[in-house]
Design a protein. Structure first.
Length: 631
């Protein structure tokens, strides 16, 4: 079966639509409003759109929000005061636009969808904050109809919808944030686009992309997925492309792209930049391989925790299967990867999650679609496999509800206790779940995971020269043959049990460490500014040792200045090549021909230069030496 579509019989469509509508209406009647996610932002914008059809937030909107959400009153009062004072940035997530209005950093597509049910509920004296539940349930209704179109039978469509709920829909379906709408919209968009309704598919994906921009990749991947399914061997690539991707498919992709561009154009108009949230809440330095690995495989919030049975089933099928379904699976995996990449730069990596992270929820939809398509192309479903997947995903939901976003999952606890080297989470995840609170990473602290008082895993920043002594008893520090794991941004794990040795560390100005030519005076600035700057293109230092105790290696710790990134190191005349000293590498000391009592280290800096003229500093500085250790 290719992307051809057999219309659903009218009586099946009516019965399924009515049954699904009644079920969702019952859920709406029984479930209370649940405020979760970016509550303050979305609530205020929804009220504004409902009351004056504009996303700019006014004093009367804040008054309404105070009455509806009493727990937000302190934050809302502060926002109100700073708006009245005319501040450009009244609060961290609120900004004044070029027209003088105050807007949230999140675009208002989701609040716009919620504004109508808000007004209706308000007019009948019901809880207007159930408007988000209404929108989320409406997205499930649309998804149900799209799945009916995909499978053609009510039973199979119901199983598909149930599987969506067990792949995150239950976790995020009641949230007052756009995760459910984005995920359901994206899955429905693929169902429609690849069964001959590309315009409707493009519209749904575009609506999802307006709130979660990564979904905009649908504009490129939906035609590619169709091409995979329609590819015919023996035809030229051009013939395949022109046959599979016609004007309607291109139009659907263009609809997605156009809606994706709307928030960008709005931000350019109001704030003069393409994305206000991208400017204040992201950093490209956070996009690391470790974070990408975490997105998929973290034991607390990775995709592997949210959709393990679906992933396992796709791996089980592998490259086997009828039609072009295997090629579609590869394309879906690439789609998921592309959507994951932009999320890596987000500051609050460990925030706003129930079980697996909300970004992984909607990013998993292409993989879920690939699984559903595998079922679609089979005349007879492998019901035993489907049952196993459903039961496993149900167990996953129960597992994910057993901990919060500031707690380690039971699985993470078990691995940390029994095999700590096998789990090395993103630093933010480890620190916040260790202290059970959302915090900012602090480079001067050591985070320790203990079991019955014994250290099983610790994390520290390489710039923290006190880490070794904090993890050991007085007068001792960590030995350099412990089980270290290097992370990005100079964070490091050490797995227990930790072996300690007597302290053999020196700081500039201390006996045993002599600063020779090329070093400036010793500075006592406190904290990380206890040490000495190099002041020339080259510098020499010597480390003394007692007879018969020649060190096997040295470790320099410090900070670079400006464009300096590396240093050429020679120890007792032996060239060790270029090293990144700010990463505290272990520098082997060559065997001496005689016990001279000292080791000489010569450093050649990459880009020494003077500070700005206004500082009146004539030194060509490159590296600030804080500490040196003999190992």
């Amino acid at each position: 079966m290719t992307t051809s579509f057999d219309p659903v019989e009218p009586h099946i469509l009516r019965r399924f639509a009515l049954g699904l509508a009644l079920l969702l209406a019952l859920i709406f009647a029984l479930r209370p409003a649940k405020l979760a996610g970016d509550v303050e932002d979305y609530t205020l914008t929804t009220i504004a759109l409902a009351h004056h059809a504009s996303p700019d937030i006014r004093s009367e909107d804040i008054a309404t929000a105070k009455a509806l959400v009493p727990q937000l009153v302190p934050a809302l009062e502060l926002l109100e005061q700073e708006m009245a004072a005319g501040k450009k940035v009244p609060r961290g997530a609120f900004f004044r636009g070029r027209d003088g209005g105050v807007y949230t950093m999140h675009f208002f597509a989701y609040p716009a969808l919620a504004a109508l049910p808000f007004k209706i509920l308000e007019s009948v004296r019901a809880d207007p904050l159930k408007c988000y539940l209404a929108v989320n349930l409406a997205s499930l209704f649309v998804l149900g109809l799209a799945l009916l179109r995909l499978f053609g039978t009510a039973l199979r469509a119901s199983v598909g919808l149930l599987l969506f709920m067990l792949c995150g829909g239950v976790l995020y379906g009641e949230w007052s944030s756009p995760e459910c709408v984005s995920a359901a919209g994206l899955l429905a968009a693929m169902c429609l686009y690849l069964t001959g309704a590309p315009l409707a598919g493009g519209l749904l994906a575009g609506l999802a992309a307006m709130q979660n921009p990564s979904v905009g990749a649908f504009a490129a991947f939906a035609p590619l997925m169709r091409l995979c399914l329609e590819w015919r061997r023996g035809e030229s690539p051009l013939a395949n492309v022109t046959r599979a991707i016609g004007p309607r498919q291109l139009a659907g992709a263009c609809i997605t792209a156009a809606l994706f561009a709307v928030p960008i154009l709005f931000s350019l108009w109001e704030f003069g930049i393409p994305s206000i949230i991208g400017k204040i809440a992201t950093s490209t330095s956070l996009a690391t391989p470790n974070r990408l690995h975490s997105f998929f495989f973290d034991l607390n919030q990775g995709m592997i925790v949210g959709v393990p049975a679906v992933l396992a089933a796709l791996l089980l099928w592998g490259w086997r299967g009828p039609g072009r379904a295997p090629a579609l699976t590869l394309c879906a995996a690439a789609f998921t990867l592309i959507m994951a990449l932009p999320t890596l730069v987000i500051h609050n990596w460990n925030a706003g999650a129930t079980g697996f992270m909300r970004y992984a929820f909607w990013a998993a939809m292409p993989l879920l679609f690939a699984f559903l398509w595998r079922l679609r192309v089979r005349a007879r479903w492998p019901w035993a496999l489907v049952a196993v997947v459903l039961v496993a995903q149900w167990a996953t939901i129960r597992f994910e509800r057993s901990y919060t976003m500031v707690q380690f999952s039971p699985l993470a606890h078990w691995v940390l206790a029994h095999a700590p080297g096998a789990y090395n989470p993103d630093p933010e995840i480890f620190q916040e779940r260790l202290v059970n609170d959302e915090t900012s990473l602090e480079e001067n602290r050591v985070d320790i995971y203990r079991v019955d008082g014994a250290v099983r895993k610790a994390m520290y920043h390489k710039s923290n020269v006190n880490a070794g002594t904090l993890l050991c008893e007085a007068g001792q520090t960590m030995a350099h043959d412990n089980q270290f794991v290097e992370l990005d941004r100079q964070w490091r794990y050490v797995n227990g049990p930790i072996r300690c040795v007597p302290v053999r560390e020196f700081v500039p100005g201390q006996a045993g460490l002599e600063l020779g030519e090329g070093w400036s005076y010793v500075e006592h600035g406190g904290g990380i500014w206890e040490g000495a700057w190099s002041k020339a293109p080259t510098a020499r230092l010597t480390v003394a040792y007692a007879a018969g105790q020649r060190p096997g290696s040295l470790t320099l710790r410090g900070l670079y200045y400006g464009n300096n990134k590396r240093t050429r190191v020679r120890i007792d005349g032996v060239d060790l090549g270029w090293k990144e000293l700010d990463r505290a590498p272990t520098l082997p000391v060559p065997n001496g021909t005689q016990d001279s009592g000292k080791v000489t280290v010569d450093l050649e800096f990459d880009a020494p230069h003077n500070p700005p003229p206004e500082q009146a500093d004539q030194r060509k500085i490159a590296f600030f030496l804080r500490q040196i250790s003999r190992n």
